[in-house]
Every structure is written in structure tokens, then in C-alpha cells.
Design a protein around this ligand. Sequence first.
Ligand code: IYR
Length: 225
Amino acid sequence: MVKRTDPKFIPLKDYREFPVVEMKRRAAAFFSDLRRRRTVRHFSDRPVPAAIIDDCLRAAGTAPSGANMQPWHFAVVTDPGLKRQIREAAEREEEEFYSKRVPPEWLEALAPLGTNQNKPFLEKAPFLIVIFAQIFGLGRGGRKIKHYYALESVGIATGILITALHNAGLVSLTHTPSPMGFLNQILGRPANERPFLILVVGHPAAGAVVPDIGRKSLDEIRTKF
Ligand code: IYR
């Protein structure tokens, strides 16, 4: 028997309507602030209050998700020993990636970013947020609960997290060592969770530089019908 819960509705009380001029101002101001965001690979070890990270994670947790399963888990790492383990494991994989596994075409695409197998930021930055996608949920007695659109949902939550961190005055790096299975072992996360990415978070190093790359224009990313 399929168990169904009757839907229950409450008033949409928190929605705010703005006059059109105010909508325009807010949309432009948000874009103007967000266009300053850059992915940064040079981190300072300057500490960041944990409460700021917690609020950014609360923001991430507001993301929409398939059937409201909220299939994300954020492992927040500040412990230097764990950071070192993550760095060592990531650099082992990256060494393999850059020296053997990477197809020439991929290497060419990465060239403008100036990345390599060395990942000092994994120890230097004050926070590593390891984002896991729960491919399925675990109910009572270990019963598997199907999660719909888990990766899409976690991608949306990650986007909100990156935006929230930027809004708070922090920088981040989306880091995806490949493969990332070592993160389950080091952090003791269960088998229903798949590492999605490591978000490296903190302040930029003094004199940090970023690749001289640009963004596609609106005309390149949208079609009007
Ligand atoms: N994981 C490697 C390679 C890499 C891949 C992509 I796609 C990037 O946008 C950047 C890097 C690394 O982190 O160096």
C-alpha cells in the first residue's frame, strides 16, 4: 500500500511585493554586487567566526529541492589534522589526474586557470565545507527513501551558499578533486552520501590574484522568444 499524506496549506505570509522602480533597483544592485564575486585560490589563514558560516549554511538550506527531500549535508571542517588529511588525499588524486588521467583537451580548457596538483588552500583556508549529496535517504530501520533530483537540488543549495558567503564578505573556491570518495572515509560520512564538492572558504591572501578571464554577456546566455 502506498502511504499518502494529505497536503496541508498555510498562507504565504512572508512574500514581499515591491513597486516596479524598487524591483529594478534591487535587481540591478544585486547583480552589481554579485558580479564582484570571483573564485579565489589564494587564501589567508585569517579566522572567520563560525556563526557567519552557520548563517550562510542556513541560507543554503532554504534551497528548493526535489519533493522537499533536502538531500544535502554540509561537513564543516576547521580541524587542522582533518584539513591535512583532506589535502594529502586530494593532492594524491590530483597528482594522478594531472600526470596521467587528464585528457589533453581538458588540460587545454584548464590552462587559463593556472591550476595544478598542489592544493595548499586545503590547509590554509580557515573553513572547508565539504558538501555531500544524499543520493537516497535513510528511513527507520535503514529503509531507503528515494531522493528525486538530488544533484540538481544540491547544486542549487551550493549556489545559494556561494552567494551567501560572497554577501558576507568572504571568498570561496569550488574544488572538485576527482575521485572524491576519500572524503566519506576521512569524515565518516555514510554510503548514501556522495561528495559533491569541497567549498574552500575564507579571506583572500594579501595580494591574491585571479585569472584574467571573463563572463559571457547576456546576449550570449539568453534567447528571447
Ligand atoms: N580537479 C582539478 C582539475 C580542475 C577541473 C576543473 I572542471 C576546474 O574548473 C578546475 C580544476 C583541480 O582542482 O585542479
